[in-house]
Structures are given as structure tokens and as C-alpha cells.
Design a protein around this ligand. Sequence first.
Ligand code: NDP
Ligand code: GDR
Length: 344
Amino acid sequence: MTKRALITGITGQDGSYLAEHLLEQGYQVWGLIRGQANPRKSRVSRLLGDVTFVDGDLMDQASLVSAVDAAQPHEVYNLGAISFVPMSWQQSELVTEVNGMGVLRMLEAIRVVSGLSGSRTPTVDNQIRFYQASSSEMFGKVAETPQRETTTFHPRSPYGVAKAYGHFITRNYRESFGMYGVSGMLFNHESPRRGAEFVTRKITLAVAQIKLGLQDKLRLGNLDAVRDWGYAGDYVRAMHLMLQQPTAGDYVVGTGKMHSVRDAVRIAFECVGLDWRDHVVIDPALVRPAEVETLCADNTRARTELGWEPEVDFTRLMQMMVESDLRQAEREREFGDLLVSAGW
Ligand code: NDP
Ligand code: GDR
């Protein structure tokens, strides 16, 4: 039997890698697409023939019911969110609606389409399995290091608070309705497809421009922040594995290795033979109102129960991103030169 999966957030970094991974596993993939003529749909243009797109928005309950009904999925991956943490101080209500209430709306859509109620526990075989994109931001001001599934939450941003709601409501639907719902408590993961506003990609894009002489300075905030950074391609494998377990549970996913933003900058500049100290400027405006100082995953449960291992280490990840951004910057420069020579 061909399995069907519905992915929200398919135009994002993780959605694109997950769609590719599930297609490789023989799935029929459906993607929820938000907005008329969504410009980010071009990001998944290479999947256009393979993925069925369905209109919907995590702000709109009825659209989620229609999407689940149309796709009749075996698995739903809820990756849709406003994922840039600083935006959650500027538009806290919107972020709470999408990242928190959006989870509830998707759980309700699944409950309605499956005909689940508290009095009727479904058999494992006929359930729609649900994956929620939880986040290490829920740990925030950390109660212990490294962080594991049982570590107390102390989120430091409206984003983290909304994700904590999504996490607990997923668990609550598991306990209330017998729904198969899991939360992947994922630590930062990056790739050449990472949004340009996140610190790793901001650094690698700038390194490429600086190497080609198109830019001189890179403005950053807190260089002392420490994160556990992994590769998005590795992390989508963990998402899929979580939904294949006999019973639903929550899993921390990270590498267990810590690096500072300063390390990230140093490694990225070293990739092109430059010294970061000649180019980086500290901009206090980029320092957050409340910072998550340090994060590090205890991935024991994911490794032992899922058999999951990360394959790309941090240095290789930064190299991969710098190489990709350098290639793109060189192409753009070449294309720009062609336009100039053609008299455009
Ligand atoms: P991206 O920012 O790259 O993608 C976010 C996706 O969410 C986009 O496809 C966007 O679609 C969609 N989206 C935004 N608003 C809505 C809405 N109202 N309704 C439906 N879809 C919406 O994020 P990532 O791929 O990096 O992350 C995926 C998920 O994992 C997110 O939930 C994020 O919070 C979470 N996460 C990410 C981590 C990371 O390090 N990358 C770590 C831990 C958790 P559109 O094109 O319409 O804007
Ligand atoms: P984060 O990722 O907030 O951890 O959330 P981000 O890359 O934005 O920040 C990481 C750390 O770098 C520091 N920093 C800067 N960050 C940005 N964006 N820009 C800067 O100029 C800069 N200078 C220093 C930040 O202060 C922070 O400490 C990501 C997102 O993908 C979330 O959706 C996800 O849930 C978490 O990872 C886990």
C-alpha cells in the first residue's frame, strides 16, 4: 500500500527536505500551500510533478479540515510556523496564533476527519499519525545541560511559549483522544536552503559576498550564544522515524555538540581564507530582549529507540553552506556581467 503524507510548511527549509525524503521512501506527498501565488512555491519547483498541493493556512480551521479530507493522509507533518524568533516580539499575537493555535487547529482537523472522540479509541492501524515541529527554544533558560525529553521548559520568547503550547496540546490529544501524536524537540538545524535571516545563513551569504569583494562588513548581535547546530537533511530522517514507532512519544533531536556564534563565524571565514575579525561588526540592535544563551541536546532516546544518528558535523555543515553561497554569488556576478555586456 502506498502511504500518503500531508506536510504543512512545505515551502520552508525542512518541508522541502522532508518532501524529498518521503518521495524517496515511496510516499505520495501532499503539501499545504498558503496564499495566492505564494512566491516561495518556486522553492519546491523541482517537486512540482511529484507533490500534490492543496491550499490552506494554519490560521483557517476549515481549510485544514478540507486539506486533511482531500489528502486522506496516513501521516501529517506540521512544520508550518513563523520560525524566526525575533519576529515573535514584534508580532507576538500572530506568532501565537500560527505556532500555537495552528497546532490545535490541525489536531482538530485530524480529529474531525478521523471521527475521533474521547469515548472512541481508534486502533493504531487506522489512525492518522501526527508530527509536531517542537523546538529546543522551549527549554530557553535551561534547567540542565544537556537537555533531554524531561527537562523543564523555560521559554524566553513568545515563539518559545507558543511552541510549548503546541507541544503540550499534542500530548494532550494523545492522552485525551488516543491520537497518535509525536513532538520532535528539534535543536537548530541548517542547510544551504536555510532562510537568510537565521545566523548561520546570514554569515555564509556574507562570507560569499565579502570573498568576491561585493561587501566588506557583516553586522551581528550576540557572538557568545551557544547552539547545538545540525544538518536539516539529517533531521528530517528523524521526523519520519518518529512516526514509524509502535507507540507515540516525544524525542529530542540534536548532535550533542555545542558551538558559539563566534565559532560559526570563524569557521565560515576560514573556509575562504579570511579572518573574521577584519569584517564582523557588533550591532547592539541585533541583541534580543531575552536571549537563549546555550543549548545542547541529549539525543540518547533518538539514538537508542529510533536508531537515528546525525551524519554531517558542524564544520562540514558550514563548509557546505559557504560553498553553496559562493557558487550562487559567482553565478549572479557572471549573470550580472552578461546582462551588462548585453546592454541591459
Ligand atoms: P521555515 O521558516 O523555513 O518554513 C516555515 C514554513 O511555515 C513555510 O513553509 C511557511 O510557508 C509556513 N507557514 C508560515 N505561516 C504559515 C501559516 N499561517 N499557515 C501555514 N503555513 C505557514 O522553517 P523551517 O523549515 O526551518 O522549520 C520548520 C518547522 O520546524 C517550523 O515549525 C519551525 O518553527 C520548527 N523548528 C525549526 C528548527 C530549525 O532549526 N530549522 C528547529 C526546531 C523547530 P509560506 O511559504 O507560506 O511562508
Ligand atoms: P534561533 O536561530 O533563534 O536559535 O532559532 P537564529 O539563527 O536566528 O539565532 C541563533 C543565535 O544567534 C544569535 N545571533 C544572531 N541571530 C540572528 N538571526 N542574526 C544575527 O545577526 C545574530 N547575531 C547573533 C542569536 O541571538 C541566537 O542566540 C532557530 C529557528 O529555526 C527556530 O525556529 C527554531 O525553533 C530554533 O532555531 C531551534
